[in-house]
Design a binder for this molecule. Structure first.
Ligand code: KG4
Ligand code: ZN
Length: 329
């Protein structure tokens, strides 16, 4: 079965085609340059840019192919961008004579991993993106139990805000990832917020500690200090994410850990997860960076499970997904 996936939840206009777990095309048009000067995504500009680019992106993903279904994200995401994606998907489905399937964007981040190999259930999955940090137990596609999530900033949001504090542009994740490679992760001792007794996360404290550190410095940090701060901040975030996720995997005795979302593109996070997994004998699946950040093929793959379960009609009758957060609903 061939499925076209259309992604427009935030600042990536993307589309791709998947056939039985194989990627046939994957087109991503990033709006980063458009939003950079505002140090963040401007929803109205994003919606307009999606509208300008969507037809071309979908056409180049299709390359004249016929597909059996069109998937789109019904949330979570920005209202205008979501509507552009939904309208594009409905139009494409109508003209191709196939059903449109609404999927949860976060569920897409989980199934990006399946494009790299079969998933083994039950699994624990950590979704770390610009808006979410969710830890879930998944017994089968569509069967999720939310174990914990961030109580304040998402991991990606903390990266973006800290990069901004350091005057280092948007999006902050890739910038900090790069700068941290030259820094000492032990230079500044940021706390690891473990929130014992829960599977929740909290990153606002690390972010505030960074703010106070910079304020107390009373001058602009040197290049060396910026590298050290990035490495120390990153180590605190990564250690928290890895420790809690591995602890959940051991507690629930799962067969695999799956990590997804933009922050899963982070070099140090990937390295720390593979070290921890090896140490504890846990199988881990993290897609390559290009499939961690937003894309259309992850939605197509998530939709393949919905189609198999016959959930297409119900999905389409649902609300377009503004603020949609229900896992597997
Ligand atoms: O999943 P995603 O592309 O969009 C959302 O669904 O939010 O995630 C975007 C987030 C941004 O906060 C960005 O800074 C972060 O992922 N990110 C990274 C890296 N690449 C993207 N964070 C850390 N290291 C990276 N290499
Ligand atoms: Zn995303």
């Amino acid at each position: 079965m061939k499925i076209l996936g259309i992604e427009t939840t935030c600042d990536e206009t993307a589309a791709g085609v998947v056939e039985d777990g194989r990627i046939l095309s994957n087109v991503v048009s990033s709006q980063i340059r458009l939003h950079r000067r505002f140090h963040g995504v401007v929803p109205e500009l994003a919606a307009r840019a999606h509208l300008q680019r969507i037809a071309e992106v979908v056409e180049s993903a299709l390359e004249g192919r016929k597909v059996d279904a069109v998937a789109f994200a019904r949330g979570p995401g920005l209202m205008g961008p979501l509507l552009v994606g939904k309208m594009a998907a409905l139009a494409a489905a109508e003209s191709l004579g196939c059903p449109a399937v609404a999927v949860n964007h976060l569920e897409g981040h989980v199934f990006a991993a399946e494009l790299c190999g079969k998933l083994r259930y039950p699994l624990v999955t950590l979704i770390v993106s610009g808006g979410h940090t969710d830890l879930l137990l998944c017994r089968a596609p569509g069967r999720y139990r939310l174990l914990g999530r961030t109580r304040d900033d998402a991991a990606g949001e903390a990266y973006d805000k800290v990069a901004r504090m350091l005057g280092r542009g948007y999006p902050g994740g890739p910038v900090i990832d790069r700068l941290a490679r030259r820094g000492d992760p032990r230079a500044v001792a940021f706390a690891r917020p473990m929130l014992p007794g829960t599977w929740d996360f909290s990153f606002a404290g690390i972010k505030t500690a960074m703010l106070y550190h910079l304020r107390d410095l009373k001058r602009a940090p040197s290049r060396r200090e910026v590298a050290d701060l990035c490495a120390s901040f990153q180590e605190a975030v990564v250690e928290t994410l890895v420790r809690k996720t591995i602890a959940a995997a051991l507690h629930f005795r799962v067969k695999q850990v799956v990590v997804g979302g933009g922050v899963a593109a982070n070099g140090r996070l990937r390295q720390a997860f593979s070290e921890a997994a090896q140490k504890h004998g846990i199988s881990i699946q993290i897609p390559p960076p290009i499939l961690c950040t937003d894309n259309g093929v992850m939605l197509a793959q998530a939709a393949s499970h919905r189609l198999r379960r016959g959930r297409v009609g119900r999905s389409l009758r649902c609300d377009p997904g503004l603020g949609f957060e229900n896992w597997g609903a």
